[in-house]
Design a protein around this ligand. Structure first.
Ligand code: SAM
Ligand code: DTB
Ligand code: SF4
Length: 352
């Protein structure tokens, strides 16, 4: 490292912890280039400025409409274009969704995330989903949905229903995106994110590692997220769940330490966001997950199924939390749905 490199790094490191949306790509690349121990040290230091380092937010996923999606995302089990053997299911009934939500809450989840394999929802479908959001909220859980592209009007409709979070991932860098999905553009994604944010819904937006991307693509993805007009409130970092029959089946898997590096850089760039150690935990060791928490991950999906693929058994996660002394993050007062019971009553199944 030359003297001017060292001075530049010192300046960058001195500024860590501030919430900024003016990051340069060079700064992001500099964070990626830090020695691993320095990176994790700074990520943990910044994490402690805003969060309890021993609490992790618990979300549970449910696929409310499965498969037969017209899009061609080359990682996805649900695209109609690939032979994945997945059984398609129409939009679930309200009663069945409520039953799953009740079980998730009994298991300690504070957020219930409903995913639908749509390019964009139709008015009749959205009306049904509005009832699901109202029902889950009335149980005292935060709600999140991921339904594909939205118009500003649809975003307002969801806001009026009381929706807390909308998940819409950018997945990777703009240049790599074109190689992964051809049926929509990066700008389409950014437009939906803008509609969601303008409607006053919290944004949940992140990416997937293992799509054949380079470190430069990872840096560009995090740079895009961290320079949005406002940081996403939740940033899911997924590892590709490889599905036989999809074009990305057999792609090179990300190295565990590189995965942790992305979590740490996300933590430094977006200090107040919940960074979710998302899909892919079923293939990760306890040690990799522990490093991810140390690097600032503070949210997970809990429950033995993601949307269509597997997640760790609940028992295994309970043991991991106990080993690490992690407890579930209670609902924040201001985000607690109105009819909910006191926040501490939400943490039971996973609490030590
Ligand atoms: N169809 C909507 C959409 O794509 O926005 C919502 C559902 S889609 C399944 C939600 C997100 O799940 C995708 O944006 C993608 O980031 C993630 N995802 C899908 N398949 C995945 C896989 N095999 N591994 C990891 N993440 C995946
Ligand atoms: C996110 O970033 N990951 C979740 C959620 N948002 C919707 C989805 C993971 C899907 C993994 C593949 C599957 O189960 O089909
Ligand atoms: Fe459809 Fe979403 Fe899967 Fe893409 S990621 S194929 S849009 S369900």
């Amino acid at each position: 490292m030359t003297r001017s490199d060292a001075v530049r790094s010192a300046t960058l490191v001195d500024r860590l912890g501030a919430v900024r949306t003016d990051w340069t790509l060079d700064e992001v690349r500099e964070l990626f280039a830090l020695p691993f121990s320095d990176l994790i040290y700074h990520a943990q230091r910044v994490h402690r400025l805003y969060f309890d380092p021993n609490q992790v937010q618990i979300s549970t996923l449910l696929s409310i409409k499965t498969g037969a999606c017209p899009e061609d995302c080359s990682y996805c089990s649900q695209s109609i274009r690939f032979e994945t053997g997945l059984k398609s299911e129409p939009l679930m009934d309200l009663g069945d969704v409520m039953e799953k939500a009740r079980a998730a809450k009994a298991n300690g989840a504070t957020r219930f995330c409903m995913g639908a394999a749509y390019r964009s929802p139709k008015p009749k479908q959205l009306a049904q989903i509005v009832e699901m959001i109202k029902g889950v909220r009335a149980m005292g859980m935060e709600t999140c949905v991921t339904l594909g592209m939205l118009t500003p009007e649809q975003a307002h409709q969801l806001k009026d229903a009381g929706l807390d979070y909308y998940n819409h991932n950018l997945d990777t860098s703009e240049s790599h995106y074109k190689k992964v999905i051809t049926t929509r553009t990066y700008q389409d994604r950014l437009d939906t994110l803008e509609a969601v944010r303008n409607a006053g819904i919290n944004v949940c937006c992140g990416g997937i590692l293992g799509l054949g991307e380079k470190e430069q693509d990872r840096a560009e993805l995090l740079h895009t997220l961290a320079t949005l007009p406002q940081h996403p409130d939740s940033v899911p970092i997924n590892q590709l769940m490889q599905v036989p029959g999809t074009p990305l089946y057999g792609a090179e898997k990300p190295d565990g330490l590189d995965f942790v590096r992305v979590i740490a850089v996300a933590r430094l760039l977006m200090p107040k966001a919940h960074v979710r150690l998302s899909a892919g935990r079923s293939g990760m060791s306890d040690e990799t997950q522990a490093l991810a928490f140390l690097a600032g991950a503070n949210s997970i999906f809990y429950g033995d199924k993601l949307l269509t693929t597997e997640n760790p058994e609940e028992d295994k996660d309970r043991q991991l939390f106990a080993k690490l002394g992690i407890t579930p993050e209670p609902l924040a007062e201001q985000s607690a749905p109105t009819c909910s019971r006191p926040a501490d009553q939400h943490q039971h199944a996973l609490a030590n």
